[in-house]
Design a binder for this molecule. Structure first.
Ligand code: LLP
Length: 446
């Protein structure tokens, strides 16, 4: 299979099928029909695919495996993930707010972030989040201050000094930077020593914070339950995870802690020819590494997949507005979205495929560059794509594997309203995020 072959079905959502007229259906609905009904750009999520990935994660990792909400979050997504038995990783007060608004119980939430504010920590303590992942000494100072007078005051999510009366101590994990570098874009590498995240082993910070947290645990202020490491994102090899386990185990073993979280980061295939391990293979490799490092079987070993849950369940639909042939070699196809709904090509040079859902089996013989409607030349969605020869203005063009870090990183650049997102299943489509309107664009202006 080459770049000009029909779109590789391995890149499409699970329920994809060819309709009677040769068009692509997802969740039992024709994609062109969805574009006509909900407008474009449109994020289409295959609900069955989302649920299948969550179930796989729960089966592979067990209790405590958390969906990294930064990959894609809205009320419906938070509920779906919770229904399927996953916890939710939130890394800001905003993500915490959405998760709570979706009525996911607070004790199924894990609070992350490298610069948690006093307000964010206070809010997390007030509702009683399941885990707080401590990332810096400054944050620990804040946490300690907030917990200082736990016997006398009460937490509320307001502004006052706080603390809980019910005597339960917040369960904390500490984020350790193991010094493992992964093959990923430098912007999404986090496990190396030179990182803004966590406590480095090499610098001695990890040892120091563990001492301090052990003391706070002994005093009954917090309960240190485990350690956490996240190596980076879009990682295709399992070896760095295994190596990190080896490093962390040496640290971990003497502490007698009960939890080890290996973060997220499992890569997914975006374009023809890429392959990635499954969530199950990832979990098995990590467990094997734990066993060979001598860690007890009773240890709760979990992870925080984001991309591998949502990426390939999502397809973005655009409408082709102009087709401009500027030279022998270059044809620009402009669509009605762009870097505002998918900034990943601009940010990381990420590659995507393009295809026409109306003729899913067609050879894609025409080389094109798919660009957006923003006022800069970097606004590229597919730098070197191929589409069927008969592509025309007005066609619906799709980019697969756009379920992760597209909608969640979307912006209003050029005052382009953010697209809506729909979940499709069994012939039904429900809008889970509505399209922004021009009125929304001035809602915050005074
Ligand atoms: N856990 C922690 C602590 C994280 O920082 C992340 C992602 C995850 C889990 C989930 O990682 P995943 O399984 O999704 O790779 N915007 C970038 C990705 C940034 C990832 C940040 N942290 C992109 O579009 O590639």
């Amino acid at each position: 299979m080459g770049p000009t072959s029909p779109i590789d079905t391995a890149l499409l959502p699970m329920t994809s099928e060819v309709g009677p007229e040769g068009g692509l259906r997802v969740g039992g609905i024709d994609l062109v029909e969805l574009a006509d009904r909900f407008g474009t750009p449109l994020f289409v999520y295959d609900e069955d695919h989302l649920r299948a990935r969550c179930r796989e994660a729960v089966a592979a990792w067990g209790e405590g495996v958390a969906y990294a909400t930064k990959a894609f979050l809205c009320l419906a997504m938070a509920r779906l993930v919770h229904e399927e038995g996953m916890w939710l990783d939130v890394s800001t007060g905003g993500e915490l707010h959405v998760a709570l608004a979706s009525e996911v119980p607070a004790d199924r939430l894990v609070l992350h972030g490298n610069n948690k504010s006093m307000e964010e920590i206070r809010a997390a303590l007030a509702v009683g989040v399941g885990r707080i992942v401590v990332d810096s000494f400054d944050e620990l100072d804040r946490l300690e201050n907030l917990l200082a007078d736990r016997s006398t005051s009460t937490f509320d999510s307001g502004t006052g000094p706080t603390v809980r009366t019910n005597g339960t101590r917040p369960k904390v994990l500490v984020r350790i930077t193991p010094g493992v570098e992964v093959h990923a874009h430098e912007f999404v590498r986090t496990g190396q020593d030179d990182s803004k995240f966590g406590f480095g082993i090499a610098s001695g910070a990890a040892e120091q914070v563990l001492d301090r947290l052990s003391g706070l645990t002994a005093e009954g202020i917090v309960e240190l339950v485990g350690i956490h490491a996240h190596l980076g994102s879009q990682v295709f090899e399992l070896e760095p995870f295994e190596r990190a386990i080896g490093i962390l185990a040496r640290f971990f073993a003497p502490l007698g802690l009960s939890e080890l979280v290996i973060g997220g980061g499992l890569g997914v295939a975006y374009v023809t020819g890429e392959t990635a391990p499954t969530i199950t293979e990832w979990a098995m490799a990590v467990r094997r590494a734990c066993r060979s490092a001598g860690l007890p079987d009773s240890l709760r070993v979990t992870a925080e997949p984001g991309r591998s849950i949502v990426a390939s369940s999502g397809v973005t639909l655009y409408r082709v507005g102009t087709v401009k042939r500027v030279s022998e070699r270059r044809t620009y196809v402009s669509v009605d979205g762009g870097m505002s709904d998918n900034p990943r090509p601009v940010l990381y040079g990420s590659g995507y495929e393009a295809f026409l859902p109306r003729e899913i089996g067609a050879e894609r013989t025409k080389p094109v560059r798919v660009v957006g409607k923003h006022c800069e030349s970097g606004d590229v969605i597919v730098a070197d794509g191929y589409v069927p020869d008969d592509l025309a203005v007005g066609d619906v063009l799709a980019t697969p594997v756009t379920g992760a870090y597209g909608h969640s990183m979307a912006s209003n650049y050029n005052k382009v309203p953010r697209p809506s997102a729909v979940f499709v299943t069994e012939g039904r489509a429900r809008e889970v995020v509505r399209r922004e309107t021009y009125a929304d664009l001035i809602r915050l202006d005074t």
